[in-house]
Write a protein that binds this ligand. Structure first.
Ligand SMILES: Nc1ncnc2c1ncn2[C@@H]1O[C@H](COP(=O)(O)OP(=O)(O)OP(=O)(O)O)[C@@H](O)[C@H]1O
Ligand SMILES: [Mg+2]
Length: 509
């Protein structure tokens, strides 16, 4: 065996009912490298990782780790052998404290048993090293997804493993948190550790990785040195067709809708916690982007508009009529749809099928006397499985058996199929592969052409620039600026994001 290799997986095969998830896959990771595992939603990335760590058994194939042929019957075995994993689904325990989560199964001990004082102080120090200053005695569940993700990363990094596996670790992190994580990763590989990194963000892969292995439909496409494969080639290999259209960057065309009356008018929305006066108007058919840092109040604003937070003060008018948004039900009755950021928690019924998950909000529309019109239901489901390319063996598959990205597409299909007047999309392309991203963006454009308004919340500035007619920038729960047409550029958005920062600094300085 090549002594430069830490891991060699040979001819790995894995079936699920109706799905050949891994088809004779070869995969090798060198010592001290960061190796990207790439592929569309459902390509088999997470499955390959789970077969390696012993979460799934393999049908056949060979795993050579650190010079020996190994098999890991359970995740504990792979962890003992020096493999530390951050799964796509954060797999910590919400109702234990942050400190317990970091040390569970390997708590520092003293003569009396577990040394709780050490657990707390060491956990606190490890988090501080990663730029996170929080109370480690609180339950993990009390913190945001981003913090939970940083805790998972901290736990994994602190295990001093030989191989660290990160399955979409950055999906809910803000830019500065990602930078901290990248620094950590560079430190770890400098010490000889190897990292497997899964991400749909090409920028990240090109920033941090040395090599990449691409999977498509459970098969190996190939392994490449990052500096020898262009982005266009990489995406073309992932989607199996020419990618020049997918990566084409068009500036969001600005349509003069200034004269039209607003569908939704909001003024001085304040909830005393995160929102301190936000005003946004959306006209019929307009795509309005909302930009701002993590914690600026983007999601909180969406929740007010959708009736999830009735503590607000301020004005809301819908089609010229003053309205009090009290409940999501009320919002749905007004023709609003909300595809939330935290789809895992708020949206999925794991033990129901793809079909049921997708049409649950449309049921009243497609039922008569309480009986679902299955033909209409099938029409809707087929349409979205096709148009946003949901990879599932059948509409009757349980949603929990789909890959992470495909679960999200089902939920997006749910809201798209409602025929709403206004659709609020909170990070709609998070975790979604490049090909499907382009298709979702095209669908959104199509909505707007049909008169549907879109409130598009995203932390990916490029997406806002590509898709929005107007972008509202918010900061600290307040409007910070608004851009239209040609003026929607990364520099201008960043300027508004930073503007108030300077003012505050000056005020405080
Ligand atoms: N427990 C399971 N039962 C049945 N099918 C499964 C199961 N886990 C995964 N699959 C199927 O195996 C295939 C590969 O899924 P996998 O989760 O590995 O994709 P992925 O590349 O990680 O995608 P994503 O980018 O969306 O996370 C998919 O078709 C998925 O539906
Ligand atoms: Mg996955």
């Amino acid at each position: 065996m090549d002594n430069n290799l830490l891991l060699e997986m040979k001819q790995i095969d894995k079936h699920f009912t109706g799905v050949h998830a891994l088809d004779q896959v070869d995969f090798a990771v060198r010592k001290g490298e960061i190796h990207a595992l790439m592929g569309e939603n459902g390509a088999g990335k997470s499955t390959l990782v789970k077969v390696l760590t012993g979460l799934y058994g393999k049908d056949s194939g060979q795993i050579i780790f650190d010079g020996e042929e190994r098999s890991f019957p359970t995740p504990q075995d792979s962890q003992n052998a020096g493999i530390s994993t951050i799964y796509q689904e954060i797999n910590l325990i919400p109702h234990l404290s942050v400190a317990e989560n970091i040390f569970i199964g390997r708590e520092p001990k003293n003569v009396f048993g577990i040394d709780w004082k050490a657990v707390r102080s060491q956990a606190r120090q490890l988090l501080l090293d990663n730029g996170i200053d929080i109370d480690v005695t609180q339950d993990l569940a009390t913190y945001s997804t981003a913090i939970q993700q940083m805790v998972a990363i901290t736990r994994a990094i602190s295990q001093n493993a030989k191989l660290l596996i990160m399955d979409e670790p950055t999906s809910s992190l803000a830019e500065d948190e990602i930078q901290v994580m990248f620094e950590k990763m560079r430190e770890l590989v400098a010490k000889g550790m190897s990292i497997i990194f899964i991400s749909h963000k090409l920028d990240e892969v090109y920033t941090i990785c040395d090599r990449a292995t691409i999977l498509k439909d459970g098969k190996l496409v190939g392994s490449y040195d990052i500096d020898k494969i262009s982005r266009l080639e990489m995406v073309s290999k992932m989607i199996g067709r020419d990618a020049s259209n997918v990566l084409k960057r068009s500036v969001g065309e600005y349509e003069a809708k200034e004269g039209t009356a607003a569908l939704l008018h909001t003024k001085d929305i304040d909830n005393r916690v995160k929102l301190h006066g936000i005003s946004i108007d959306i006209r019929p058919g307009e795509i309005v982007g909302v930009a701002g840092l993590l914690g600026a109040g983007k999601t909180e604003f969406a929740k007010v508009v959708f009736g999830c937070d009735n503590t607000y003060t301020g004005e809301i008018e819908v089609e010229g009529k003053p309205i009090r948004m009290n409940t999501p039900k009320g919002a749905i009755d007004l023709g609003f749809a909300y595809c939330s950021e935290d789809r895992k928690v708020e949206g999925i019924f794991p033990h129901m099928s793809v079909k049921e998950n997708m049409t649950i909000t449309a049921l009243s529309r497609i039922s008569k006397f309480g009986v679902v019109d299955t033909r209409k239901q099938k029409e809707i489901v087929d349409k979205y499985i096709d148009s946003i390319r949901i990879k599932t063996p059948s509409p009757d598959q349980l949603i929990c058996n789909l890959s992470g990205g495909n679960q999200q597409k089902v939920l997006l299909g749910r809201w798209l199929s409602m025929d709403p007047k206004l659709i609020i999309l909170d990070e709609p392309t998070r975790g979604i592969d490049v090909g499907a991203k382009a298709e979702i963006e095209a669908l959104i454009k199509q909505f707007s052409e049909n008169g549907i308004s879109v409130l598009y919340i995203s932390s990916e500035l490029e997406e806002l620039i590509r898709n929005c007619y107007r972008v509202v920038v918010i900061r600290d729960g307040m409007n910070s600026g608004e851009l239209t047409g040609e003026d929607i550029t990364e520099a201008n958005i960043m300027n508004y994001i930073a503007k108030n920062m300077k003012e505050t600094e000056e005020a405080h300085g």
